[in-house]
Write a protein that binds this ligand. Structure first.
Ligand code: HEC
Length: 301
């Protein structure tokens, strides 16, 4: 009898105190492309004269991924090379970074255990090029997510809701300190993007912040871990995020909702807008959604 009781206690301790990352080999993989967006701000992608797809986005509610999952590599290659794109034949990168690859192929997996969300992103570094302005971090992975439809339009335009033409290093940027923001943001009302970031530099800390009327790189309490390593040319980065959140700029992640999210990858010691971005995606916990290609069901492990 005693022996059995001990064994049971031991098992509980293992699952409680040492709750670990899921067995990733059992988690569904979703491949997606990230591309170099140049100065394709929200104001550009949502302006019909620049981008003929605007009526399809606005009236037919087509998300970016619906049209660009296939050609995001071509889009990135054209923009990074300074080629004219869109209906208006705009050059979205006035200073093409020599040699820099136009896109990144990534593999995404996510799971939860009722307590935490686990995210794993794997990618091959593209051809290196451009200024190395972030001396500390060879790579950064940033994830933005809303509070389950709390950012209007995020289901259609993903992270473009935060990217504007008046930001620093953008076309109409006048203020060198102006970073990402959401129009009519409301931190108390949930109209903001939660932001978590892995930074590869030695001794660099993970960032748990948010994007509201400005980007804030602190305040969150939900990010438990952000770890990554490079093997050969391949990065593998994992996030562990409590579902509850609980800090400033933290969204609670709960069953029943559909969350809008996207990623940015900074490669080769780059910073600010010189990154690769994903199109907008959606996730929910243990909730299958049929027929929505850019939706990912995060299952309990
Ligand atoms: C209904 C399909 C459709 C949707 C949805 C769509 N696009 Fe496009 N996009 C196009 C087409 C077609 C072009 C080619 C040029 C044009 O007609 O504007 C284009 C061009 C672009 C370009 C310039 C690159 C190039 O090769 O011309 C960018 C950047 C872009 N789209 C980003 C986005 C983003 C971001 C979203 C989501 C907010 C989005 N698109 C949604 C169809 C779409």
């Amino acid at each position: 009898m005693k022996k059995i009781a001990l064994a049971v206690t031991g098992a509980c301790m293992v699952s409680g105190a040492f709750a670990a990352a899921p067995d990733w080999s059992k988690v569904t993989e979703r491949k997606f492309k990230l591309f170099y967006p140049g100065q394709s701000a929200y104001e550009w992608v949502m302006n019909k004269a620049d981008h003929s797809a605007v009526p399809d986005i606005v009236d037919k509610k087509r998300p970016c991924a619906k049209c660009h999952e296939g050609d995001a590599n071509d889009v990135g290659n054209a923009i990074v090379a300074g080629k004219p794109v869109g209906q208006s034949k705009s050059v979205l990168e006035p200073k093409p970074p020599a040699g820099k690859g136009g896109w990144v192929q990534a593999s995404f997996k996510a799971a939860h255990d009722g307590d935490k969300l686990y995210v794993r992103v794997e990618w091959e570094s593209p051809a290196a090029g451009g200024d190395k302005t972030d001396k500390k971090n060879e790579a950064k992975l940033t994830m933005l997510f809303d509070g389950g439809g709390t950012v209007a339009g995020a289901d259609l335009n993903g992270c473009w809701a935060t990217c504007h033409t008046d930001l620093r290093t953008m076309k109409d940027g006048k203020d060198p300190k102006k970073t990402k923001y959401i129009k009519d943001a409301d931190l108390a009302g949930g109209k903001f993007y939660d932001l978590i970031q892995f930074r590869s530099g030695k001794g660099e800390k993970p960032v748990d912040g948010y994007v509201a009327d400005k980007r804030v790189m602190e305040g969150g309490k939900g990010l438990v871990k952000a770890e990554g390593k490079k093997e050969g040319n391949k990065w593998v980065v994992t996030f562990e995020r409590s579902l509850a959140g609980g800090g400033k700029g933290d969204h609670a992640i709960a069953a029943g909702k559909t969350y809008n999210f996207g990623f940015a990858i900074h490669e080769n010691f780059s910073e600010a807008r010189y990154h690769y971005v994903s199109l907008g995606y959606q996730f929910g916990l243990d909730k299958a959604v049929e027929g929505v290609k850019n939706y990912y069901n995060v299952s309990k492990q």
